[in-house]
Design a protein around this ligand. Sequence first.
Ligand code: 1JT
Length: 258
Amino acid sequence: MGLMDGKTVAVFGIANKRSIAWGIARTLAAEGATLLLGYQNERMQRALEGLVDGAFPERPFMAPCDATVEGSVEAFFEAAAQEAGALDGLVHSIAFAKREELGGRFRDTSWDGYALAQQVSAYSLVAMSRAAAPLMSERGGSVLCMSYLGAVRAVEGYNVMGVAKAALEANVRYLAADLGPEGIRVNSISAGPIKTVSAMGVSGFKSILGQVEAKAPLRRNVTQEDVGKAALFLLSDLSAAITGQVLYVDAGYSILGV
Ligand code: 1JT
């Protein structure tokens, strides 16, 4: 008996075995979920095929979904409808900012970089939710995305991504209000900093990991597994009356005054 038995969930954002989306996907599958996976491009498709090999009881359905390509999100959900018929959950774990804009002075953010961060990191949740809603409205559903404290505080260097996460958290509230009457819940997890391949490439990230380990109430960083367990809660019936929320999975760091 799993918490996700009989449920089908689409997951976006698996790039490698350190991806937050990978931690979530494995936790959901262990509780009985059937997975549909989206990948950005052919390079990511090959990476994903290597990863899923033998990792799940049944090989997940996989299809392209690139937030910057016109019609790509719609095509994914059309393929998902063909494959699974209905959908119970959606996990949005994608974001992008130009390397040079994660650091340096916020005032130097370009319009190009600002728009790209918004398109991939925030607007894509709206597009995915719109495309997923017709597959969910029969029996309800749960949409989940990933945020970070930089959405609500000025975290040094997080810059344009903080503005994109602020938009993402606002999207969660507006989507929750819009989709709630159809039984679709929309929530986000604001995770503490996690060692992923893309995050480790950002200058200043390692010092943030150290800061959390030293100061967070639980005196540790959070892992993909910690996030996977909270995601399981938000995607399952355990959270049936929760929508429009930001759940902090951050070892308590965000409660601190400094
Ligand atoms: C992206 C990246 C989104 C890293 C991210 C992210 N959300 C949180 N992080 C970790 C992080 C946190 C801080 C930071 C840098 C990174 C990288 C790829 C694009 C999307 O400060 C400089 C505070």
